[in-house]
Design a binder for this molecule. Structure first.
Ligand code: ADP
Ligand code: MG
Length: 246
Protein backbone atom coordinates (compact mmCIF):
# COMPACT_ATOMS: atom_id res chain seq x y z
CA UNK A 1 0.00 0.00 0.00
CA UNK A 2 1.44 3.33 -1.04
CA UNK A 3 -1.44 5.82 -0.58
CA UNK A 4 -1.21 8.76 1.77
CA UNK A 5 -1.66 7.85 5.45
CA UNK A 6 -5.09 9.29 6.33
CA UNK A 7 -5.66 7.82 9.80
CA UNK A 8 -3.03 6.63 12.21
CA UNK A 9 -3.01 5.27 15.73
CA UNK A 10 0.18 4.75 17.68
CA UNK A 11 0.28 3.04 21.06
CA UNK A 12 -3.44 3.70 21.40
CA UNK A 13 -4.92 2.46 24.66
CA UNK A 14 -8.43 2.94 25.98
CA UNK A 15 -9.92 2.16 29.37
CA UNK A 16 -13.43 3.06 30.46
CA UNK A 17 -14.12 4.20 34.00
CA UNK A 18 -16.45 1.70 35.69
CA UNK A 19 -17.94 1.11 39.13
CA UNK A 20 -15.09 -1.31 40.03
CA UNK A 21 -12.36 0.91 38.61
CA UNK A 22 -10.94 1.05 35.11
CA UNK A 23 -12.04 -1.38 32.42
CA UNK A 24 -9.14 -1.74 29.97
CA UNK A 25 -10.48 -2.24 26.46
CA UNK A 26 -7.69 -1.43 24.00
CA UNK A 27 -4.15 -2.38 24.93
CA UNK A 28 -1.82 -0.62 22.53
CA UNK A 29 -3.00 -0.36 18.93
CA UNK A 30 -0.74 0.63 16.04
CA UNK A 31 -2.67 1.07 12.82
CA UNK A 32 -2.52 3.11 9.64
CA UNK A 33 -5.29 3.59 7.10
CA UNK A 34 -4.12 4.78 3.71
CA UNK A 35 -5.88 6.42 0.81
CA UNK A 36 -7.33 3.85 -1.57
CA UNK A 37 -7.95 1.06 0.91
CA UNK A 38 -10.93 -0.52 2.59
CA UNK A 39 -9.89 -1.83 6.02
CA UNK A 40 -12.10 -4.21 7.98
CA UNK A 41 -11.82 -4.41 11.77
CA UNK A 42 -12.87 -7.94 12.59
CA UNK A 43 -13.36 -9.45 16.03
CA UNK A 44 -15.77 -10.99 18.47
CA UNK A 45 -18.32 -9.01 20.37
CA UNK A 46 -16.51 -7.14 23.14
CA UNK A 47 -13.11 -7.15 21.47
CA UNK A 48 -13.12 -3.35 21.24
CA UNK A 49 -13.97 -2.82 17.55
CA UNK A 50 -16.48 -0.04 18.17
CA UNK A 51 -14.18 1.57 20.71
CA UNK A 52 -11.29 1.57 18.23
CA UNK A 53 -13.51 3.00 15.49
CA UNK A 54 -14.77 5.74 17.83
CA UNK A 55 -11.23 6.59 18.91
CA UNK A 56 -10.16 6.87 15.26
CA UNK A 57 -13.18 9.10 14.59
CA UNK A 58 -12.35 11.24 17.62
CA UNK A 59 -15.74 10.53 19.18
CA UNK A 60 -14.12 9.16 22.35
CA UNK A 61 -10.68 10.22 23.58
CA UNK A 62 -7.82 7.75 23.82
CA UNK A 63 -6.49 7.01 27.32
CA UNK A 64 -2.92 7.11 26.00
CA UNK A 65 -1.13 7.08 22.70
CA UNK A 66 -1.98 9.18 19.68
CA UNK A 67 -4.59 9.21 16.97
CA UNK A 68 -3.97 11.46 13.99
CA UNK A 69 -5.68 12.52 10.78
CA UNK A 70 -3.18 13.20 7.98
CA UNK A 71 -0.45 13.50 10.59
CA UNK A 72 -2.33 15.99 12.79
CA UNK A 73 -3.11 14.65 16.28
CA UNK A 74 -6.84 14.82 17.02
CA UNK A 75 -8.16 17.29 19.55
CA UNK A 76 -11.83 16.37 19.13
CA UNK A 77 -14.00 14.85 16.42
CA UNK A 78 -11.91 13.76 13.45
CA UNK A 79 -12.61 16.31 10.67
CA UNK A 80 -11.83 13.73 7.98
CA UNK A 81 -14.36 11.07 8.98
CA UNK A 82 -18.10 10.44 8.99
CA UNK A 83 -19.79 7.52 10.70
CA UNK A 84 -22.51 5.04 9.80
CA UNK A 85 -24.02 3.33 12.87
CA UNK A 86 -25.39 -0.18 13.33
CA UNK A 87 -28.82 1.02 14.43
CA UNK A 88 -28.91 3.97 12.03
CA UNK A 89 -29.10 6.74 14.68
CA UNK A 90 -31.62 8.81 12.71
CA UNK A 91 -33.58 11.59 14.40
CA UNK A 92 -37.21 10.42 14.23
CA UNK A 93 -38.71 13.92 14.23
CA UNK A 94 -36.77 14.94 11.12
CA UNK A 95 -37.48 13.97 7.52
CA UNK A 96 -35.04 12.03 5.38
CA UNK A 97 -33.70 15.23 3.85
CA UNK A 98 -33.37 16.96 7.21
CA UNK A 99 -31.50 13.95 8.63
CA UNK A 100 -29.12 13.97 5.67
CA UNK A 101 -28.57 17.71 6.04
CA UNK A 102 -27.46 17.39 9.69
CA UNK A 103 -23.80 16.79 8.91
CA UNK A 104 -23.74 19.72 6.50
CA UNK A 105 -25.35 21.98 9.07
CA UNK A 106 -22.61 21.08 11.54
CA UNK A 107 -20.07 22.18 8.91
CA UNK A 108 -21.77 25.57 8.56
CA UNK A 109 -22.92 25.04 4.98
CA UNK A 110 -25.76 27.36 3.87
CA UNK A 111 -29.36 26.27 3.46
CA UNK A 112 -29.54 26.25 -0.34
CA UNK A 113 -26.34 24.29 -0.81
CA UNK A 114 -27.40 21.88 1.97
CA UNK A 115 -30.66 21.10 0.21
CA UNK A 116 -28.92 20.59 -3.14
CA UNK A 117 -26.23 18.30 -1.73
CA UNK A 118 -28.72 16.34 0.39
CA UNK A 119 -31.06 15.69 -2.55
CA UNK A 120 -28.15 14.54 -4.69
CA UNK A 121 -26.94 12.15 -1.98
CA UNK A 122 -30.51 10.85 -1.44
CA UNK A 123 -30.79 10.21 -5.17
CA UNK A 124 -27.42 8.43 -5.39
CA UNK A 125 -28.21 6.18 -2.43
CA UNK A 126 -31.48 5.07 -4.05
CA UNK A 127 -34.01 7.03 -1.97
CA UNK A 128 -35.30 9.35 -4.68
CA UNK A 129 -38.90 10.30 -3.84
CA UNK A 130 -38.50 9.64 -0.10
CA UNK A 131 -36.87 12.93 0.84
CA UNK A 132 -39.92 14.12 2.81
CA UNK A 133 -40.65 10.79 4.52
CA UNK A 134 -39.99 10.24 8.22
CA UNK A 135 -37.76 7.39 9.43
CA UNK A 136 -40.70 5.45 10.92
CA UNK A 137 -42.24 5.23 7.44
CA UNK A 138 -39.16 3.45 6.07
CA UNK A 139 -37.93 -0.15 6.18
CA UNK A 140 -34.68 -0.96 7.99
CA UNK A 141 -32.74 -1.10 4.74
CA UNK A 142 -34.08 2.29 3.68
CA UNK A 143 -33.26 3.77 7.08
CA UNK A 144 -29.69 2.61 6.75
CA UNK A 145 -29.58 4.17 3.27
CA UNK A 146 -30.39 7.45 5.02
CA UNK A 147 -27.52 6.72 7.41
CA UNK A 148 -25.19 6.28 4.46
CA UNK A 149 -26.45 9.41 2.70
CA UNK A 150 -25.96 11.45 5.89
CA UNK A 151 -22.36 10.27 6.16
CA UNK A 152 -21.46 10.51 2.47
CA UNK A 153 -23.00 13.94 1.91
CA UNK A 154 -20.20 15.57 3.92
CA UNK A 155 -17.69 13.94 1.54
CA UNK A 156 -15.51 12.49 4.30
CA UNK A 157 -11.99 11.45 3.42
CA UNK A 158 -12.62 8.25 5.40
CA UNK A 159 -16.01 6.61 5.74
CA UNK A 160 -16.37 4.81 9.09
CA UNK A 161 -18.98 2.06 9.41
CA UNK A 162 -19.85 0.21 12.61
CA UNK A 163 -21.56 -3.07 11.65
CA UNK A 164 -23.74 -1.17 9.18
CA UNK A 165 -25.50 -4.26 7.83
CA UNK A 166 -25.96 -6.37 10.94
CA UNK A 167 -29.38 -4.97 11.86
CA UNK A 168 -30.69 -5.84 8.36
CA UNK A 169 -31.98 -9.13 7.00
CA UNK A 170 -29.48 -11.04 4.90
CA UNK A 171 -30.92 -10.18 1.46
CA UNK A 172 -31.34 -6.48 2.25
CA UNK A 173 -27.81 -6.46 3.59
CA UNK A 174 -26.40 -8.10 0.50
CA UNK A 175 -28.16 -5.66 -1.84
CA UNK A 176 -27.01 -2.63 0.09
CA UNK A 177 -23.48 -3.96 0.36
CA UNK A 178 -23.31 -4.51 -3.40
CA UNK A 179 -24.71 -1.09 -4.20
CA UNK A 180 -22.28 0.58 -1.86
CA UNK A 181 -19.34 -1.15 -3.44
CA UNK A 182 -20.59 0.08 -6.81
CA UNK A 183 -20.94 3.62 -5.49
CA UNK A 184 -17.51 3.47 -3.88
CA UNK A 185 -16.00 2.37 -7.19
CA UNK A 186 -18.01 4.85 -9.29
CA UNK A 187 -16.19 7.82 -7.82
CA UNK A 188 -19.43 9.78 -7.21
CA UNK A 189 -18.25 10.37 -3.68
CA UNK A 190 -14.68 11.50 -3.13
CA UNK A 191 -14.23 9.31 -0.03
CA UNK A 192 -10.70 7.94 -0.20
CA UNK A 193 -10.76 5.14 2.36
CA UNK A 194 -13.23 3.06 4.32
CA UNK A 195 -12.98 1.50 7.78
CA UNK A 196 -15.59 -1.22 8.29
CA UNK A 197 -16.27 -2.84 11.66
CA UNK A 198 -17.78 -6.28 11.35
CA UNK A 199 -17.94 -9.63 13.10
CA UNK A 200 -18.64 -11.46 9.80
CA UNK A 201 -15.52 -12.81 8.20
CA UNK A 202 -17.32 -13.22 4.84
CA UNK A 203 -18.28 -9.57 4.87
CA UNK A 204 -14.75 -8.53 5.80
CA UNK A 205 -13.20 -10.56 3.00
CA UNK A 206 -15.79 -9.43 0.44
CA UNK A 207 -15.50 -5.74 1.15
CA UNK A 208 -12.00 -5.08 2.42
CA UNK A 209 -8.52 -4.96 0.97
CA UNK A 210 -7.05 -5.58 4.40
CA UNK A 211 -8.50 -7.27 7.46
CA UNK A 212 -7.33 -6.38 10.96
CA UNK A 213 -8.31 -8.97 13.55
CA UNK A 214 -8.79 -7.78 17.13
CA UNK A 215 -8.44 -10.16 20.04
CA UNK A 216 -10.02 -9.49 23.43
CA UNK A 217 -7.64 -11.14 25.91
CA UNK A 218 -6.32 -9.79 28.13
CA UNK A 219 -7.66 -6.75 26.31
CA UNK A 220 -8.07 -5.57 22.73
CA UNK A 221 -4.94 -5.79 20.65
CA UNK A 222 -4.34 -6.46 16.99
CA UNK A 223 -3.99 -10.22 16.83
CA UNK A 224 -3.26 -10.43 13.12
CA UNK A 225 -3.60 -8.52 9.87
CA UNK A 226 -4.01 -9.99 6.43
CA UNK A 227 -4.37 -8.59 2.95
CA UNK A 228 -7.30 -9.84 0.90
CA UNK A 229 -5.86 -11.13 -2.32
CA UNK A 230 -8.97 -10.72 -4.46
CA UNK A 231 -9.87 -8.33 -7.27
CA UNK A 232 -11.12 -4.86 -6.37
CA UNK A 233 -14.69 -4.76 -4.96
CA UNK A 234 -16.24 -4.05 -8.36
CA UNK A 235 -15.13 -7.46 -9.59
CA UNK A 236 -15.87 -9.19 -6.33
CA UNK A 237 -19.48 -8.06 -6.40
CA UNK A 238 -20.54 -10.71 -8.89
CA UNK A 239 -19.58 -13.37 -6.34
CA UNK A 240 -22.17 -12.29 -3.80
CA UNK A 241 -22.08 -12.98 -0.11
CA UNK A 242 -24.77 -15.62 -0.50
CA UNK A 243 -22.72 -17.42 -3.16
CA UNK A 244 -19.92 -17.72 -0.65
CA UNK A 245 -22.02 -19.18 2.13
CA UNK A 246 -24.04 -21.51 -0.13
P1 ADP B 1 -17.14 -4.50 20.13
O1 ADP B 1 -17.59 -3.39 19.26
O2 ADP B 1 -16.00 -5.28 19.55
O3 ADP B 1 -18.27 -5.42 20.52
P2 ADP B 1 -16.84 -2.48 22.18
O4 ADP B 1 -15.78 -1.55 21.79
O5 ADP B 1 -18.26 -2.05 21.99
O6 ADP B 1 -16.56 -3.89 21.49
O7 ADP B 1 -16.69 -2.85 23.71
C1 ADP B 1 -15.50 -3.37 24.27
C2 ADP B 1 -15.66 -3.44 25.78
O8 ADP B 1 -15.80 -2.12 26.30
C3 ADP B 1 -16.87 -4.21 26.24
O9 ADP B 1 -16.52 -4.92 27.40
C4 ADP B 1 -17.89 -3.12 26.54
O10 ADP B 1 -18.79 -3.54 27.51
C5 ADP B 1 -17.02 -2.00 27.03
N1 ADP B 1 -17.56 -0.66 26.74
C6 ADP B 1 -17.88 -0.19 25.50
N2 ADP B 1 -18.34 1.07 25.57
C7 ADP B 1 -18.30 1.42 26.88
C8 ADP B 1 -18.64 2.61 27.62
N3 ADP B 1 -19.10 3.71 26.99
N4 ADP B 1 -18.48 2.59 28.96
C9 ADP B 1 -18.00 1.50 29.60
N5 ADP B 1 -17.67 0.35 28.97
C10 ADP B 1 -17.81 0.30 27.64
MG1 MG C 1 -19.41 -2.91 18.42
Amino acid sequence: MTGEVLLSAHGLTKAYAGADGELPVLGGIDLEVRAGEVVALLGRSGSGKSTLLRCLAGLVPASSGTVAYRGEPLTGANPGTAMVFQTFALLPWLTVRQNVELGLEAKGIGRKERARAALQAIDLIGLDGFENAYPKELSGGMRQRVGFARALVVEPDVLMMDEPFSALDVLTAENLRGELMELWESGHFPTRAVVLVTHHIEEAVLMADRVVVLGARPYGTIRSTFAVDLPRPRDRRSAGFLDLVD
